[in-house]
Design a protein around this ligand. Sequence first.
Ligand SMILES: C=C(O[C@@H]1C=C(C(=O)O)C=C[C@H]1O)C(=O)O
Ligand SMILES: NC(=O)CC[C@H](N)C(=O)O
Length: 251
Amino acid sequence: MSNRPVIGIITNVELDRHYLFPGYPRVTLNEDYPRSIAAAGGVPVLITPSKDLSLLADQLSLVDALVLAGGQDVDPLLYGAEPRTECGAPNPTRDAFEFEALRLARVAGMPVLGICRGLQVTNTFMGGSLHQDISHSGSTQRHMMEANPAVAAHGITVEPDSFLDEAWHLAQTTVNSFHHQVVDRVAPGLAVAARAADGAVEAVEYTGDEFDLVAVQWHPEMMSAADGPAGEQARALFTWFVDLAAGRWEA
Ligand SMILES: C=C(O[C@@H]1C=C(C(=O)O)C=C[C@H]1O)C(=O)O
Ligand SMILES: NC(=O)CC[C@H](N)C(=O)O
């Protein structure tokens, strides 16, 4: 058995657009997620969303921590809103699977890191809501970059004593940005750990004791191979998370 912590990453399931069978369901995940976890000393394993939620407890019993990755817009019905035209098509199977994963992780005391959609689904699961498009938040700041994803795009301010402060010891820094939705109502039980200059919630963490739940709105996995401070920060975040998982594994 490996003595490295095993980190489950929940993948996407999308209909094939590029290969032999258009419309055929395919498991997808950007390769930088498992690569970032492995580089930080974890063993990445992929967990595929299924309509059969009874699989999930057995899947989670194989891992020490969980990553919720980027992807589709969360179904607005889950935060009590009617879908607007600006909202992307939901993936109900993935929404339900990730909700159940969060419920089980809380029961098991398992650390969770949410990234981009992972933050949005976490906030929704905990009872918060989203702006279906960031323009509804009153922000005029650009959050969907068309730049190199390894290059920082805008500043953030980190809350003192938050998990990001613990991982970075930085009050201010810059991050990349690839989202068109943003947190509206922060869920009860979540605290904001970082904000952009326009007030956009850039990171959250759970304030309760049952589990370590942290999430970021940017994409550290896309920066983790970069040179310079951007890459160092991204790697430090994954190392912090893998170390957290290792603590549980050793317990
Ligand atoms: C919504 C999407 O956004 C993208 C999803 C990403 C991911 O899956 O990690 C990363 C960058 C985003 O621009 C998508 O491609 O489905
Ligand atoms: N990159 C992502 O995960 C995007 C998440 C979300 N659906 C948004 O566009 O806001």
